[in-house]
Each structure stands twice: as structure tokens, then as C-alpha cells.
Design a protein around this ligand. Structure first.
Ligand code: AGP
Length: 584
């Protein structure tokens, strides 16, 4: 949940690191810092706030040298203060550490280090690591060996990147949160995620759990269990341009507008190996978190409807308690492929003998590497913290799996029309913007839908609360009368998804129920009859039933986006949230 970058080579390190941190800011944005090695000494600039603001005040580029490390933080251990910002150093100020993750045996080790005379000045678990290395380095002169000894004392999760004054080199260790090495000519990089590397190289090596690595300007070495290890090089197909805003005010808006073309890519995903695995008999569970969980709900419905195969959909963090431990196949859905809750569910399922199908956006991610079969959703880099295009692409790829399994080619062809249907919604974005004007003063929102519209209602409510900080919740429309109706009154908004499908008649009754309680209705439908029920409405294009969760998600994304902008929230970086949640 933090962004890490390291550089060693011939360029000005602070420039490369600053640019990389801006690309990684979606991973955390409460504080940031850079340390570089210049003329044999390490200098640091760090503070709380957004990278741009810190840079304006303190000028990161005054740091010279061609070797350095940088960090953008999402606080897990210790409050948001300048002292707690990374990089952190040992007592001598010659060893600097940045870290993503949580050191679980922090208390005992801190007490031990303090007893030995180390002075820790922050509340973080990261600073402790710098002192542990210092302690080990007193006994062991070779820095890498001392670093390995320090790491062997840790429990918890980490990706650690270390700079020291003793040599032009950077040391790394990974146990959980992602780390990728970027290979250049006469230069090397390391980062938490690929977008930071794209302007410089497409040749990467994914550091694996348990690995320790050392990079110099001339290359890299990886060690596993104390021995040199070989790691495969991958060529990234994403371009640097894909990770730019491309003229849009925010990544969020750009990513919403990319959906027509990305859906086409998702529907072209290679699902062959996944389909073959699902043909094997045995129980199936789907595991995912947040938005990806909602995509999982669509998959469950389609799988059941189209093939008669039933499956459980389990939230990643609940899997250990909810799973019977007998799953033959686990379909793990994760945009980032790095979500700790999903990964730990996968680990447990594998231990219990399950095979894993990963549905992910990131080739080479932890989930991708652990899976027996991969379905890559092809959404391209998603840099806004909120998921938009990855949701619709997940549904497209998952629908392809279900429809390929049932041999329903006709519906699969019809699903391709979703791109045009989304385009027609995007062409009318100004209408949604006007509706956002009308709703921006409201504080409570209920999203309702039935069948395949229900996951879209859940996703619509999640989008709104994530980026506007307004109260929003979603219900299967029939559930309102079992409790939540008591909350409806004037000025409470009900966003009703009412496609003219098998759910229509009952949705119309639910809309009436809400009207009768004076709630302010916003109806999305392809039926004039439904639209006539509410002053606030948006005419949806006619879509095949299987395309409804994809197409109906889009106006709700736009609504959340425009409302966030009107409320002066940052739609790319909502408070308290980070893009890939690498702690449990
Ligand atoms: C979506 O807008 C959220 N940021 C969040 O719910 C996200 O979907 C969840 O953390 C899962 O992420 P993943 O798909 O990368 O595993």
C-alpha cells in the first residue's frame, strides 16, 4: 500500500525517482521521501502531503547523485508525520530503508534494539529494520550478508529497499508486497509496480516471495534460501503512454472513457485453459475483494444460468472462515493481482489441494504467478484508486468463460455490442454531469437492482462512497421492504437500475414503494415507462441481458466522478484508500 522505487545508473537519480513516485502515488499519498547517494554520503528529503506539494516546498531535485530510493506512503504503522515518512535510517545515518508491509514482531525487536543502545526516532516498523541491519553489519562486514541476517529476524510482510553509504548498490527483499526489477543498459531500477518503469524499460524481473536481491548499474543478482537464483525476464507490453492522463483531467475519467476499447480486449482474452479446468468435476469457489468481488457475483449468476454449475463467491478476507476446504477449483479475481486478502485465500486453497484460475489485469503479478491458469482481462494500467474499467473488463472476461463453457456463441457475439452501448452512454456524459448537479447536495443514497443489475448497484454505491465520501449503500431491490425502507424520506436518493428484462415488473413495484416514501428517485432504464416515474432519469441503450452489468456500471461511474469533482474531492486519490491493498 506504499509505492517504492529505486534507481542506480547514469541519470540524475532524484529526477527518475520523482517521476516514478508520481506514477506510484496511487499506492499511497500521505507522505513521501527520497534519499540519494551523492559523493559517498546519503541525503534525504521527506515530508507529509502529496508529492507535488512536497516538491514545491522542498525541491527533491536538489538531491544529486545517480543512485537513490524513494517512497510514497499509506500509513499502517505510526501516524502521518514527517518523522514517520520514509526513508528511515539507522543511528549512523549511513543506512536508509524504505518499506511496504507490516513487521509483526516489531515490539520485541524494538525493545531489543533499544536495549543495545539504538535510538529510534519514529513510530514506524521500518526504522527498526535500518537498526537491525546496522546491528548485523557490526558483526558481518559484507553488507548483503548482514542484510540477509537482519531480514531473517523479521516476521510479517515486506518489500524492503535499502541504500547504504558503503557501495554503489541497492539491496532488496520481498516477502509479500510486490517488487519488480527494471533492466536497462548501464542502469537498473526497482519498483512496486510496472508503470514507474515504463518510461525507461520494458524488460522486467518479478522478485519472488522469499527473494533477496542486489542491483548495481550493471545488473542484478537474486538470492533464494541463501543461494543465487535464476529469475525469468519478462517483456512488458504496456506502453508509457498508457500510464499518462492523455488530456483527461483525471485518470478516473480517462479510464471510464477507455472502456469501449478495453471491453473488446477483455472479450478477446484467452480463456481456454480456464474453461478446460472448469470442465473438471468438483466444487468451485470464487474469491475476490471489493469491486472484484462484485464481478465475481456476476460470474456466479452467469455460470449457474448458462451451465447449471453452482459456485460460492467468498470475500478474500472471509475465505479462511467460510471455505469448506474442499474446493477443487478457486477462481481468484483481482485487478492488481497483489491484494493480500485474495492472495492469502489462494494460498490456503492451494494448501488444501485446489487449482487456481486467476482473472487479473497484471501479467506477472503475485496472483498471476501462483495460478494454474490465467485469464488476463486486458484493461491496461488502471491508475485511479477506484476500479472502473477493470470492473467491466473483469465481467467481460468472466462472461466469456461462462459462455464458452456453455457453448453459447450467440450471446458471446451479442456481448460484443456492449462496447457500442457504452460509447452511446459516454457520448451523453454531459447529461450525467447535469444530473450530478441536481444530486450533489444530497447526503444519502440507496442503489437498487435485481438479478444481474444488483452487482452493478453494489458497484455504483461503492464508487460513490469511495470518491465523494457520501453515504451510499446498495440493496437487492426486493430487500428494501425487509428493513431499509424505514430510512427512506424526502431528500434520500434512490438510484434504481430498471432494465426492461425479467426483473422489470418487480423493479417497477420497488420504484413505486420508494416514491410512496417521498424518496428522490433517479431511474436508469431502457423503458420509457420506468423513466416516466422519476424526474431524474437516464435513458439507457437496449442491451442484451448478459451485457447489463457492464453497461449499467458506466453511468454510475460517471455520476460518482462528476459528483466528486463538484464536491472538490480528488477522484483519483480518495482519502484513506490505496489502490492495491497489500496488507490483510
Ligand atoms: C475499488 O474501487 C476499490 N478500490 C477496491 O474495492 C478494489 O476493488 C479491491 O481492493 C480489490 O482490488 P483488486 O481487484 O486489485 O484485488
Amino acid at each position: 500500500m506504499c509505492g517504492i522505487i529505486g534507481y542506480i545508473g547514469y541519470r540524475k537519480a532524484s529526477e527518475v525517482i520523482l517521476e516514478g513516485l508520481c506514477k506510484l502515488e496511487y499506492r499511497g499519498y500521505d507522505s513521501a521521501g527520497i534519499a540519494t547517494l551523492d559523493g559517498g554520503a546519503i541525503r534525504v528529503i521527506k515530508d507529509i502531503g502529496r508529492i507535488d506539494d512536497i516538491h514545491k516546498q522542498k525541491d527533491f531535485l536538489q538531491l544529486g547523485g545517480n543512485t537513490g530510493i524513494g517512497h510514497t506512503r499509506w500509513a499502517t504503522h505510526g501516524g502521518v508525520t514527517q518523522k514517520n515518512a520514509h526513508p528511515h535510517s539507522d543511528c549512523s545515518g549511513k543506512i536508509f530503508v524504505i518499506h511496504n508491509g507490516v513487521i509483526e514482531n516489531f515490539d520485541g525487536l524494538r525493545a531489543e534494539m533499544e536495549k543495545k543502545g539504538h535510538r529510534l526516532t519514529s513510530e514506524t516498523d521500518t526504522e527498526l529494520v535500518a537498526h537491525l541491519i546496522e546491528e548485523e553489519h557490526r558483526k558481518e562486514k559484507e553488507f548483503g550478508t548482514a542484510f540477509a541476517a537482519a531480514v531473517s529476524r523479521l516476521s510479517g510482510s515486506w518489500s524492503l529497499v535499502v541504500l547504504h553509504e558503503g557501495a554503489q548498490e541497492i539491496h532488496l527483499s520481498r516477502n509479500g508486497p510486490p517488487l519488480v526489477l527494471g533492466i536497462g543498459k548501464g542502469e537498473m531500477f526497482c519498483a512496486s509496480d510496472v508503470p514507474a518503469l515504463l518510461p525507461y524499460t520494458k524488460q522486467v524481473v518479478f522478485v519472488e516471495d522469499g527473494d533477496r536481491a542486489r542491483i548495481t548499474k550493471d545488473g542484478f543478482e537474486v538470492f533464494a534460501s541463501g543461494k543465487r537464483a535464476q529469475r525469468k525476464e519478462h517483456t512488458i507490453t504496456w506502453t508509457a503512454q498508457m500510464a499518462e492522463k492523455g488530456g483527461y483531467a483525471h485518470f478516473c475519467l480517462k479510464e471510464i472513457f477507455e472502456q469501449p476499447s478495453k471491453i473488446r480486449e477483455a472479450l478477446a482474452a484467452d480463456v481456454g485453459a480456464a474453461v478446460e479446468m472448469l470442465r473438471e468435476k468438483g466444487s468451485i469457489a470464487v474469491v475476490a475483494c471489493g469491486t472484484s468481488y462484485y464481478a465475481g457475483l456476476v460470474f456466479k449468476s452467469l455460470l449457474q444460468k448458462k451451465t447449471g454449475i453452482s459456485c460460492d463467491v467468498i470475500i478474500g478476507s472471509e475465505f479462511a472462515y467460510a471455505s469448506a476446504g474442499r474446493e477443487k477449483i478457486v477462481v481468484a479475481i483481482s485487478q492488481s493481482g497483489e491484494t493480500a486478502d485474495t492472495l492469502s485465500a489462494v494460498k490456503l486453497a492451494k494448501k488444501n489441494g485446489a487449482k487456481i484460475i486467476a482473472v487479473t489485469n497484471v501479467v506477472g503479478s503475485s496472483l498471476y504467478r501462483q495460478a494454474d491458469a490465467n485469464v488476463v482481462i486486458g484493461a491496461g494500467p488502471e491508475l485511479a484508486v477506484v476500479a472502473t474499467k477493470s470492473f467491466t473488463c473483469q465481467i467481460a472476461a468472466l462472461s466469456k468463460i461462462a459462455l464458452s463453457l456453455s457453448g453459447d456463441r450467440k450471446t458471446l457475439e451479442e456481448l460484443k455490442m456492449a462496447s457500442e452501448q457504452i460509447e452511446s452512454v459516454l457520448d451523453r456524459a454531459p447529461e450525467i454531469e447535469k444530473l450530478a448537479d441536481r444530486l450533489v447536495k444530497r447526503r444519502d443514497f440507496f442503489f437498487i437492482g435485481r438479478s444481474l443489475s444488483f452487482p452493478s448497484a453494489l458497484e455504483g454505491a461503492l464508487k460513490l462512497k469511495e470518491i465523494t465520501y457520501l453515504h451510499a449503500e446498495a440493496y437487492a431491490a426486493g430487500e428494501l421492504k425487509h428493513g431499509p425502507l424505514s430510512l427512506l424520506e424526502k431528500d434520500v436518493v434512490v438510484v434504481a437500475l430498471a432494465p426492461a428484462d425479467e426483473t422489470f415488473a418487480k423493479m417497477m413495484s420497488n420504484i413505486q414503494e420508494c416514491k410512496a416514501r417521498n424518496a428522490e428517485l433517479f431511474v436508469l432504464s431502457d423503458s420509457k415507462e420506468a423513466l416516466a416515474k422519476a424526474a431524474l432519469h437516464f435513458q439507457m441503450p437496449k442491451a442484451t441481458p448478459e451485457a447489463i452489468p457492464i453497461v449499467y456500471a458506466v453511468p454510475l461511474q460517471l455520476l460518482a466522478y462528476y459528483m466528486a469533482v463538484k464536491l472538490k474531492r480528488d477522484p483519483d486519490k480518495p482519502r484513506n484508500l490505496a489502490k492495491s491493498v497489500t496488507v490483510e
